[in-house]
Design a protein around this ligand. Structure first.
Ligand SMILES: Nc1ncnc2c1ncn2[C@@H]1O[C@H](COP(=O)(O)OP(=O)(O)OP(=O)(O)O)[C@@H](O)[C@H]1O
Ligand SMILES: Nc1ccn([C@@H]2O[C@H](COP(=O)(O)O)[C@@H](O)[C@H]2O)c(=O)n1
Ligand SMILES: [Mg+2]
Length: 191
């Protein structure tokens, strides 16, 4: 059984940054759904490359069968891990239902780390990121925020109703955020 922490928040809220620190210090393996999709988009011979790029540019969500298969493969190929930080998933109802269908009995969701941050700050962070992402532009960001507000936030609310959400405000320095995140892990997960 894989231990899983879902990490959610608006685009640019700092999910990848904080997950890297958790992986370094707390022994969880970081799996970013977006990174896995970008790698699959680049993989020679992938039948999904064009479809993934279309969704990424539009800020829309790739069908769960593709994303969940990438996540499950990555977990199975990671050897012994204390747990997995599943960053940027589940992003909509399709992701959630597909995960439940495919992963029930194989993964245990310990909690959901919700990095909350005002959208204008998130947008500015993405525009300054400088990694050459095809979706870090004003047009794609508008759509990504719309998708977050209409599809992802309701998923966070769903987990909140089940008592699984641990919110950490991420409009602060990485050090301040990370200190609160460590508290959350100490209280909730077996570290
Ligand atoms: N607390 C912070 N303060 C200032 N800048 C930050 C902070 N956390 C992350 N950043 C910067 O903001 C940008 C976005 O961070 P990051 O990639 O971690 O966000 P993300 O939530 O994974 O975004 P996305 O959803 O687009 O993948 C990066 O350039 C990162 O260095
Ligand atoms: N569960 C997911 C996660 C991501 N995507 C697509 O990738 C884009 C980038 O995601 P980041 O988390 O790296 O910002 C995102 O806008 C989606 O197009 C997805 O489809 N499903
Ligand atoms: Mg990210």
């Amino acid at each position: 059984m894989h231990n899983v922490v879902f990490v959610l928040g608006p685009p640019g809220s700092g999910k990848g940054t904080i997950c890297a620190k958790i992986q370094e210090n707390l022994g969880y393996v970081h799996l970013s759904a977006g990174d896995l999709l970008r790698a699959e988009r680049q993989r020679e011979g992938s039948e999904f490359g064009a479809l993934i790029e279309q969704h990424i540019r539009n800020g829309s969500i790739v069908p769960v069968e593709i994303t969940c298969a990438l996540l499950e493969n990555a977990m199975n190929n990671s050897g012994d891990a204390k747990g997995f930080l599943v960053d940027g998933f589940p992003r909509n109802e399709d992701n959630l239902q597909g995960w439940n269908k495919q992963m029930t009995g194989k993964a245990l969701v310990q909690f959901v780390l919700f990095l909350s941050c005002p959208v204008p700050i998130c947008i500015q962070r993405c525009l300054n990121r400088g990694q050459g992402r095809t979706d870090d532009n004003e047009e794609s960001l508008k759509k990504r925020v719309e998708t977050y507000n209409h599809q992802t936030f309701p998923i966070i609310e769903h987990f909140e109703k089940n008592g699984l959400v641990r919110e950490v405000k991420s409009e602060r320095s990485v050090e301040e955020i990370y200190a609160d995140v460590v508290e959350v892990f100490n209280q909730t997960a077996k570290v």
